[in-house]
Design a protein around this ligand. Structure first.
Ligand code: GDP
Length: 196
């Protein structure tokens, strides 16, 4: 089994010019501010503070890169949706990244399971799909709903996102509070995309 615990902070970048060489395999994580993206990266790598949740959401427009091994990286995009200007900046950066970055091999979009049809999330999924990259949606904070409701939300999200787009979008439930929900599934997807 691949050891995600070896992850370490590599660098941050404010714009596309200052990035490590475009070699290897990168997987990007995106999500609305507060959806739980940082906590998911920390759960995955079993590190408490690797991905830092911003105290003032939307104030940072840096992407953070984490190195998993010689060729594999996680690209942590800032959360969107908090302010219009930061969301716009993030959108532009993401668009360029999708267009130019050859090592980008997949995009994970973190969505709060209680709010599955937020416009920016729909937009990010569409962008990813239109650039021919695989897209996996994590429906996070599943512990906030009972089993019946969370499964209903998964079904709804599945039919919504797969009707909206003509590519297959995979998705799953996740919880950072209940570690049995979703961690194994997430690792399986990442392992596939990272060719592990
Ligand atoms: P980010 O802005 O997307 O990086 O969100 P954070 O990772 O900082 O999480 C935002 C808040 O949601 C924090 O208070 C987390 O403790 C909480 N949170 C994250 N994941 C979960 C989860 O799975 N369940 C619950 N109940 N809370 C969560």
């Amino acid at each position: 089994m691949f050891n995600y615990q070896k992850a370490f902070y590599l660098t941050s970048s404010k714009n596309y010019k200052f990035l490590p060489k475009d070699l290897g395999i990168e997987i990007a994580f995106l999500g609305r501010s507060n959806a739980g993206k940082s906590t998911i990266i920390n759960t995955l790598t079993q590190k408490k503070n690797l991905a830092k949740s911003s105290k003032t959401p939307g104030c940072t427009n840096l992407i953070n890169l984490f190195q998993l091994d010689k060729i594999r990286r996680i690209v942590d995009f800032p959360g969107y949706g908090f302010t219009k200007s930061s969301t716009k900046k993030l959108g532009k950066y993401f668009e360029i990244y999708l267009e130019k970055r050859k090592s980008l091999k997949g995009v994970i979009i973190v969505i709060d399971v209680r709010h599955i049809q937020m416009p920016m999330d729909i937009h990010m999924v569409k962008w990813t799909v239109s650039s021919d990259l695989p897209c996996h949606i994590i429906l996070n904070k599943s512990d906030k709903l009972n089993i019946y409701t969370r499964n209903k939300m998964l079904k709804l999200a599945n039919s919504f996102y797969n009707k909206e787009n003509n590519k297959i979008i995979t998705m799953q439930l996740f919880s950072n509070k209940i570690k049995t929900i979703g961690l194994k599934k997430l690792k399986n997807i990442l392992n596939k995309w990272y060719h592990i």
